[in-house]
Write a protein that binds this ligand. Structure first.
Ligand code: SAM
Length: 452
């Protein structure tokens, strides 16, 4: 018999894992949903509770703070997270009546604490329910950053960064896009099937499958319970991958038979795509610095029927001499701040900092340096990230070019669709995809050629 599932209790367990153990929300949630296998409605309610509460953490803590005598950080993790969950339902979930949000939170408190805690949770949430339409949000004229940060649940440093880069309208639109749930996009594995065939198969299973607007092999799926448990996934007919990420493979477009080095490749989303574009002919050396991730690349290759990928556990900055000048194509899908994919990782925005971005920028430059050395004269290097900061993207490429006069940008018009070219950069050899402009994950890609 399946263990009994209670969505708010499950959500609380995940929030505690994230709060106390710094677990990744998607993994902690996946573990709980995997254990209890709840029905579809319970599953999506739990997911919304967890993701919404994590995403809106600053706004929830601030809103609750109006009714607390001491900072929320001083409460025990259990009480703090019961309050956050309750506040999320009150402020963001119109379909949950206020009375249910308060009473269910009190029930959680009863299960996890003594009578005093039940009374406390009940009292704070009742007050919030009464006062929620009159919360004293900062006046934008007096403090624009704080106002956007609290209304759209982002850290202030990030809002400041984006105001500089995208202006007021762009920043608000970007924050709003980050607060939307990401759609489920997949890449069709053309080594085993083709797009119309897979669409028909999925539709036969009651799953809605629609083509992506930009990438050739992209489908958007809905109407399933767990994507990773579907037979067509296990049979290797598709790979979970955002449309922007698929476009990186198109920007590389390696020829069948080529020699490719993917210097930061786990879990192998792009490496397996490159293999697919090469019709599984040639060779791909897929590196990663983390041992546990090498197995993920191999597992994906097995499932997808990719046989031309060899993995290697190594730091891309210390690529052995024997690979010098060897590759026809090098992909540097660099470790980055991930600020283009915040909609997928609701807790991520609270884990990042300007300091990390600075450190990553240095690491990316070092990886690029080593990657340049393994490319043949005349070869193609594609640099990509899933972020939207100038210094990790365009700035990084410009610094690289300044230090490497034997490299130049090469047009990617014809490889990725012109309709994405909002800033007229495709011909110049790079593209910045933005969540609020394109409805996709924020990605950067640039194609460079080494002089022959
Ligand atoms: C953006 S992810 C790669 C995603 C992958 N290309 C895909 O499409 O599935 C960056 C990867 O770089 C790896 N990494 C970080 N530092 C590295 C280094 N110094 N050398 C090699 N890999 C590194 C990380 O472990 C991570 O898997």
């Amino acid at each position: 018999m399946k263990p009994k599932f209670e969505a708010r209790e499950a959500a609380l367990q995940v929030l505690l894992d994230v709060d106390k153990r710094e677990a990744y929300a998607n993994l902690a949630l996946g573990a709980v949903l995997g254990k209890y296998q709840p029905e579809k409605l319970d599953r999506s309610f739990t997911t919304e509770l967890v993701y919404g509460t994590l995403r809106a953490r600053n706004t929830l803590d601030w809103a609750l703070g109006n009714y607390l005598r001491r900072p929320i950080s001083g409460l025990t993790p259990v009480v703090r997270n019961i309050l956050r969950l309750g506040a999320y339902q009150l402020l963001y979930m119109d379909r949950v009546p206020d009375s249910a949000a308060v009473n269910e939170s009190a029930n959680l408190a009863r299960r996890h604490g003594h009578a005093g805690i039940v009374k406390f949770v009940n009292g704070v949430l009742r007050n919030l329910a009464r006062g929620k339409d009159k919360l004293p949000y900062p006046d934008p004229a007096a403090d624009l950053v704080a106002s956007i940060a609290l209304r759209h649940s982002h850290p202030e440093w990030l809002v400041r960064l984006w105001l500089d880069e995208f202006g007021y309208d762009g920043t608000v639109a970007l924050c709003m896009a980050n607060n939307q749930a990401a759609p489920n996009s997949v890449r069709v594995n053309s080594l085993k099937t083709e797009i119309t065939e897979l669409m028909a198969l999925l539709r036969g299973m009651g799953i809605t499958a629609e083509r992506g607007r930009y990438a050739a092999d992209c489908l958007y799926l809905s109407g399933f319970v767990a994507l990773g448990e579907l037979a067509p996934f296990r049979d290797g007919l598709f790979q979970m991958q955002d449309e922007s990420s698929i476009l990186v493979g198109q920007a590389v477009s390696p020829q069948p038979g080529a020699r490719v080095i993917d210097v930061a490749s786990a879990p192998g989303g792009k490496a397996t795509h490159l293999a697919q574009l090469m019709q599984n002919r040639g060779e791909i050396l897929a590196l990663d610095v983390h041992e546990h991730k090498i197995g993920l690349i191999e597992e994906n290759c097995r499932r997808l029927g990719v046989t031309i990928v060899n993995t290697m556990l190594t730091d891309a900055r210390t690529l052995p001499e024997k690979y010098s000048g060897r590759a026809d194509y090098v992909l540097v899908d660099a470790p980055c701040s991930g600020l283009g994919v915040l909609r997928r990782r609701p807790d991520a925005r609270w884990r990042k900092s300007l300091e990390q971005i600075r450190e990553l920028t240095v690491l990316q430059a070092q990886i690029l340096e080593a990657a340049a050395a393994v490319l043949k004269p005349g070869g193609v290097l594609v640099y990509s990230t899933c972020t939207i900061t100038r210094e990790e993207n365009y700035g990084q490429v410009m610094n690289f070019l300044a230090a490497h006069p034997n490299f130049s940008l090469e047009s990617i018009a014809g490889l990725v669709p012109e309709s994405l070219d909002h800033a007229g950069t495709l011909q110049r050899g790079y593209l910045q995809i933005l969540p609020h402009l394109h409805g996709l994950d924020g990605f950067f890609m640039a194609r460079l050629r080494k002089q022959g």
